[in-house]
Design a protein. Structure first.
Length: 239
């Protein structure tokens, strides 16, 4: 698997490792290869694919779409688009064995960045280790608020006035890795759980494209749990 230049800089560490990623080697590199994992309709997958087609997301291409559910509607969409697909049924299989098959398929397709788009499975530690800071997930809340399932319903029931969505790197904990992009959505008086979820989903489609573009640029550092954009001056700042 091709990987952008990444180094550990011991001179700048203060109690935690700083991972640095540089786009210098990407000046004339081929498109960054994305692997999409989904379990259902894959609306975020469709939004990513459409952003690539329309030229809003440059320097990236979808290498393969993988599902753990043979009947997933997102697979049919991918096939209609002419994209490579693969199915690895997860039901009744040990997580590590299933993940090993998925990892092998991603590597066979030269995937450099894994994007979870409604993939309803927790990844094993071996999966996370295979793609360090190369797995993105989108969650329908402003993390760390309302992790886990039914985040929109959690926010509505809690009486939150503002919620939204977060795109983050995946680590070994649930909805926990460094946050790359967040978009806020106000909770309106007229909202119910469904209308709120629909408005959050619209922001998800924008946020995922933005997050992928940031990662593909290579101009960032991961400091502990913080995603930090590198500036032209050599300094870095959160955004």
């Amino acid at each position: 698997m091709t990987d952008p230049a990444s180094v550990v800089n011991p001179d700048r560490c203060t109690g935690s490792i700083i991972l640095e990623f540089s786009a210098n080697s990407q000046t004339h590199r081929p498109p960054f290869r994305l692997g999409i994992l989904l379990s259902g309709r894959g609306s975020n997958f469709w939004a990513i694919a459409e952003s690539i087609r329309a030229g809003r997301l440059k320097g990236a291409e979808i290498a393969v779409v993988i599902s753990n559910v043979a009947e997933a509607a997102g697979l049919a969409t991918a096939r209609e688009m002419g994209l490579p697909t693969a199915v690895f049924e997860s039901r009744g299989r040990k997580r590590e064995e299933h993940d090993a098959d998925v990892i092998a398929s991603l590597r066979a397709h030269g995937v450099e960045l894994v994007c979870l788009a409604g993939y309803m499975r927790l990844l094993s530690p071996q999966f996370v280790a295979a793609f360090p800071h190369r797995i993105l997930n989108i969650h329908p809340s402003l993390l760390p608020a309302f992790p886990g399932l039914e985040a929109q319903e959690q926010a509505f029931a809690y009486g939150a006035k503002v919620t939204g969505c977060s795109v983050h790197f995946v680590d070994e904990e649930l909805d926990h890795g460094a946050i790359v992009v967040q978009r806020a959505v106000p909770v309106l008086e007229a909202d119910d759980e469904h209308s709120l979820a629909e408005r959050i989903l619209k922001e998800e489609h924008l946020a995922y494209t933005e997050a992928i573009a940031r990662v593909v640029s290579g101009e960032f550092e991961v400091r502990g749990r913080r995603y930090v954009k590198k500036q032209g001056t050599g300094r870095a700042s959160s955004y």
